[in-house]
Write a new protein. Structure first.
Lengths: 85, 416
């Protein structure tokens, strides 16, 4: 079980949170300027390296904040938790 | 290689089984092949079998990082079924079930196939409606699914004593899928390996591919391994959770993420459950193996993971869910647990496809890929041999992401 440090509520167990999927890079500023292929890649291709990846978690049974977490997906080590994107 | 037959078994029994020869070779790794298949799991082996048997191609190396039958083909719950949701998916899995039904004969290897059927236990009205819709779609494609009353369900699975009218989630109904089966996963790996070796395909164990190399024109030229460079113009990846790890060595990014799916095995019990029991509302399914062990599959941990262990709360949730429905198993001891990596695509459907890298093919995104082994092998072999997708796999190309033709499949056991 993961122990996520919510910036508002402190260290809380993973079961208080809902997993929100991989966190994407910032949305392209001007979608009309990038190719369809790049646009679809931005939508569908997550970072999947053996190491830290960014992901979204909602503290749904706590304060309700959406958090961005960097977690090493080989060790489950949590490297960073921050509020918002 | 000796062919298995009654006569041959009798002859070897008389000589106390001391004269069996090895079932596949351990050849020298050559520097050049027509096709390199990365991963000697179910899909890699089945692809080689179809390439040799159907398309007559045998100058093929199947490179395996570990040992034969040691990857995800040993990390699943051997459930074979075709009760999927989408028009694109159902015919593919119907074909796969057909292949499995005759696999023992095709491979001349006893896969211990047991066509025992699967029952879906429904505990919410949403699920009852979902399964009814699924039954109507399956009817169109020749997959069998029929509704079952709660009384008939309890007669079919007498150990299912939980989920009564006073339970938190009472059982509302059930659907029976007679096409479902289980078999022996090792036998599938060994049977395919033995058959493709006999046709001249080479299997190289302990040969991890570390990177894919491309020529000046961008096309694939071969793969690097610790045993040296292997040249091939066609390289196909069938490596489950490590697809992106390898494809990225060729500069190719894919819409896949790797997750962990776990399962458990109990101590052996007297025979008590003769169907596969799936409880989609609780996220658990189980069957009893020939040895008597309960093979229990649990909910998916949806976060990305390259681990092969099980998170404690996933384990506890799965066991608690099982005890809700099967209170008689309260004192059963669990012997083993395992987790496997699998990669899941953006739309949860498989990918059997050419890629932006000429000569590089992928078979990935198998969430519940065991049941897809023979049909997945056929479709990847067809693509490698002819350059065009097999009709069953046309919807599963990578182009679907570029053209927003997703196949949103929630028909996998644990997807709810």
């Amino acid at each position: 079980m993961l122990l996520l440090h919510c910036p508002f509520c402190g260290p809380r167990s993973e079961i208080e949170f809902s997993y929100g999927g991989p966190a994407a890079l910032p949305r392209p500023d001007d979608p009309a300027q990038i190719s369809d292929a790049d646009w679809v890649d931005w939508l569908t291709v997550p970072e999947n390296r053996i190491g830290p990846v960014p992901e979204r978690w909602c503290h749904s049974k706590g304060c309700g904040a959406w958090l961005t977490v960097r977690r090493d997906i080989r060790t489950h080590e949590i490297l960073e938790v921050r509020h918002g994107a | 290689m000796a062919r298995f037959s009654i006569l041959n078994l009798a002859r070897n029994a008389i000589s106390e089984h001391r004269n069996w020869t090895e079932h596949w070779r351990t050849p020298e790794l050559k520097s050049d092949y027509d096709i390199v298949l990365v991963g000697a799991g179910g899909h890699g082996l089945a692809t080689a079998w179809h390439l040799a048997r159907v398309y007559g191609l045998t100058n093929i190396a199947v490179l395996e990082a570990g040992w034969l039958g040691g990857g995800n083909i040993a990390r699943n719950t051997v459930t074979i079924r075709s009760n999927y949701m989408r028009d694109e998916s159902i015919p593919f899995y119907v074909k796969s079930v057909e292949f499995f039904d005759r696999l023992t004969k095709d491979l001349n290897f006893n896969t211990m196939h047991s066509k025992r059927g699967m029952v879906d236990v429904l505990q919410t009205w949403g699920m009852v409606r979902d399964r009814r819709r699924r039954r109507l779609t399956m009817d169109l494609h020749g997959a069998r699914y029929r509704p079952l009353s709660v009384q008939d369900l309890r007669r079919m699975v007498p150990k299912l004593t939980g989920g009564g009218p006073d339970a938190r989630m009472p059982i509302l109904g059930a659907e029976f899928h007679p096409d479902a089966a289980v078999n022996r996963h090792d036998a599938v790996a060994w049977g395919y390996a033995r058959a493709i070796d006999a046709m001249g395909v080479e299997i190289h164990q302990n040969t991890p591919v570390t990177s894919i190399t491309r020529g000046a024109d961008g096309a694939v030229t071969g793969v690097e391994t610790p045993r040296g460079f292997v040249r091939a113009n066609k390289v196909a990846l069938a490596v489950s959770g490590h697809t992106t790890t390898l494809s990225e060595t060729a500069g190719l990014r894919l819409p896949l993420r790797t997750i962990n799916l776990s399962a458990f095995v109990s101590e052996p019990l007297q025979p008590c459950i003769d169907v596969v029991v799936n409880c989609p509302d609780l996220g658990i399914y189980l069957s009893q193996s020939d040895k008597g062990e309960l093979v229990i599959g649990g909910a998916t941990d949806l976060g990305q993971s390259f681990r092969r262990d099980v998170k404690q709360h996933v384990f506890e949730d799965t066991v608690a869910a099982m005890l809700d429905l099967f209170p008689a198993f309260r004192r059963v001891k669990l012997l083993r647990q395992w987790g496997g990596h699998l990669d899941i695509a953006h739309d949860a459907s498989p990918i059997i496809s050419t890629t932006d890298v000429p000569g590089l093919f992928v078979s990935a995104g198998w969430w519940g890929g065991y049941k897809a082994i023979p049909a997945g092998g056929l479709c990847l072999a067809h693509l490698l041999a002819t350059g065009t997708p097999h009709p069953l796999a046309t919807p599963f190309g990578l182009r679907r992401f570029r053209h927003l033709e997703y196949v949103l499949e929630a028909g996998t056991t644990t997807a709810r």
